[in-house]
Design a protein around this ligand. Sequence first.
Ligand code: AMP
Ligand code: ZN
Length: 138
Amino acid sequence: MENCIFCKIAAGEIPSATLFEDDRVRVILDLGPAARGHALVLPKEHHADATEMPEDLLGHAMAVGARVGAAQMKALGYDGFNLIQNNGLSAGQTVFHFHLHVIPRRADDGVLGLWKPGTTTPEEMAETAALIKPLLEA
Ligand code: AMP
Ligand code: ZN
């Protein structure tokens, strides 16, 4: 897609610190890393977000992300990693070409504030499930 920076990076038209590449994805270091080694898995095809990704490509990106996380731990002495993928402005997406973040972690590093657990009721859970479930049936 024209004027998509991640299309250009994935295609090698803009230089990047590439960690891995195959025919479907390129893995680069993030320019604004949450931690040293923070990487992005970019598909070479343009898809705006996860809802537009073919399932096999989504699976491949996740599998590559897991390999990258394992390598970050070994190479840089981390003991965990988050695979994070933002969809939509409200979810923090700023670049509208699918990308999977691989963020390496150490205990108590304060790198990410994940969610605070809330509360619900069995009735609300049943109502919520009834709204979502029909949309997932093939
Ligand atoms: P998101 O908020 O999930 O859309 O994440 C976009 C990510 O892309 C951020 O972590 C940015 O630091 C990163 N980013 C933006 N432009 C570049 C670039 N040219 N090269 C590497 N990382 C980038
Ligand atoms: Zn793109």
